[in-house]
Design a protein around this ligand. Structure first.
Ligand code: PGA
Ligand code: ZN
Length: 432
């Protein structure tokens, strides 16, 4: 007998920055209940789905009563009575409630929390873990993680301009070993900062607070931490999220820390120097979301050597992935479900990336909760890569720990993506 959506319950809960967020529970006619939680970004692309907030004085304008109201008044009546097994039709119904790209009427937070809750309910109804429900018997791999060691940009009061200094344990043999390597590098980086009197706490995503005199100094220290932890650069490589939209003003890339500004060409020279000097294997948003010529020039120069990920540049939208591939911009997509609104649309963006042989990085936001949905998406869709911030704070560790449980459940069938999670034919960072 088909089980139907019977009840949709919305509540306010709190995220890792102590801000309100949206949680939805979808109850089925057989008593099964699924849950979904909306994450929240701080360095957001202008084309992203809107995180609907109340504005005004209270809670800094961040309350989500409007989004909760939209779930109760518009979403619940629209999906009540629909068969849970027909998850795609439910997502279609959600999209139809607000067909605008930015979902500013209904709220991207209202949509994604519901879409997550529906998937959770469908998997529970099938008595399967979400990853297994999604994979439907197809090949899965444990993702190559991208893990932040130093935070920066919008996540650290702009103490440095570059947002994320991350590592990728490409040479691990298992996800479990990838976590061990990460733990060693994270701990060693903390020790190095301590020795230099620069350890000043952690940033929004759990990475060490970036108390550096230049952006490049963070790169130097990260490379040193990898070596001191006992790894080669073909085992643990560096990845950067530049989040360049955040510091492009009036057509220039303006580094606050160095007190300098660069044209697009000059900025690409700066990045190229870093790629020459450090074992960098991936760069996200090297230029701003509206700098198409810059992204084309950067991809032309480095696209055969390193992964180039579009985050603000692509905002998890299939049509932007298609357009970028046509323009020769990027060779990988960041997949943030709340950036577009529903799980189905996130999946479409991933399928578009698959057609071009691109890398696919399922990603959390800087505002998170203990929810682990994105880990299941990364594994169930066999995306190959997962990015959820640093190796500290439980809203981050909950995700890494969930992947470890899934690796154990897969037993002898567990395959760790490692380097195979990246697009093909990249350079060997050990020779950088
Ligand atoms: P956000 O940033 O979640 O704060 O928007 C994360 C990123 O830029 O990847
Ligand atoms: Zn980013």
């Amino acid at each position: 007998m088909a089980h139907l959506v019977q009840a949709v319950h919305a509540r306010r809960i709190w995220d890792s920055r102590g801000r309100p967020t949206v949680e939805v529970e979808v109850g089925l006619s057989n008593g099964v209940v699924g849950r979904g939680v909306a994450p929240a970004g701080a360095s957001r692309g202008s084309r992203e789905a809107v995180d609907l907030r109340d504005g005004g004085e209270s809670l800094g304008g961040m309350d989500v009563q409007k989004a909760l109201h939209n779930i109760r008044a518009h979403i619940a009546p629209a999906i009540r009575g629909m068969p849970i097994a027909d998850r795609l039709s439910i997502d279609q119904r959600l999209m139809a409630l607000d067909p605008s790209a930015t979902r500013h009427e209904i709220g991207g937070n209202a949509l994604i929390a519901t879409s997550f809750a529906v998937l959770d309910a469908a998997a529970r109804d099938a008595s399967l873990p979400i990853w297994k429900y999604l994979s439907a018997g197809a090949e899965v791999r444990l993702p190559l993680p991208e893990i932040q060691i130093f935070g920066g940009g919008a996540h650290a009061g702009r103490r440095v301009d570059i947002q994320d200094f991350l590592v990728m344990p490409v040479g691990a043999q298992s996800f479990d070993e990838a976590m061990v390597m990460t733990a060693e590098v994270y701990r060693t980086a903390g020790q190095l900062m301590q020795e230099q009197g620069r350890r000043a706490g952690v940033a929004d995503e759990g990475g060490w607070w970036p108390d550096f005199d230049s952006n490049e100094q963070a790169l130097e220290m990260l490379a040193r931490a990898i070596t001191r932890a006992g790894y080669r650069f073909d085992q643990v490589a560096i990845s950067l999220d530049i989040a360049a939209s955040e510091f492009r003003h009036g057509g220039f890339y303006q580094l606050g820390l160095e007190g300098r500004r660069y044209t697009t060409d000059e900025w690409i020279e700066v990045l190229s120097g870093w790629i020459d000097r450090y074992p960098i294997l991936s760069i996200e948003d090297p230029v701003a979301e509206d700098d198409t010529p810059g992204m084309q020039a950067f991809t032309q120069r480095w696209g055969d050597h390193i992964q180039i990920v579009g985050d603000d540049y692509l905002v998890t939208r299939a049509e932007l992935v298609n357009a970028a591939a046509e323009q020769g911009a990027c060779n990988a997509v960041l997949l943030k479900p709340n950036q577009v609104g529903t799980i189905s649309e996130t999946f479409s963006a991933m399928q578009a990336a698959n057609r071009f042989g691109w890398g696919k990085v399922v990603s959390a936001r800087s505002g998170e909760t203990e929810d682990v949905m994105i880990v299941h998406l990364a594994i169930g869709w066999n995306a190959g890569q997962l990015k959820v911030g640093s190796f500290a704070r439980s809203e981050r560790m909950a995700k890494w720990n969930e992947a470890l449980r899934i690796e154990e459940a897969l037993g002898a069938h567990a395959v760790y993506a490692g380097r195979s999670g990246l697009p093909g034919c990249l350079r060997n960072p050990g020779q950088a």
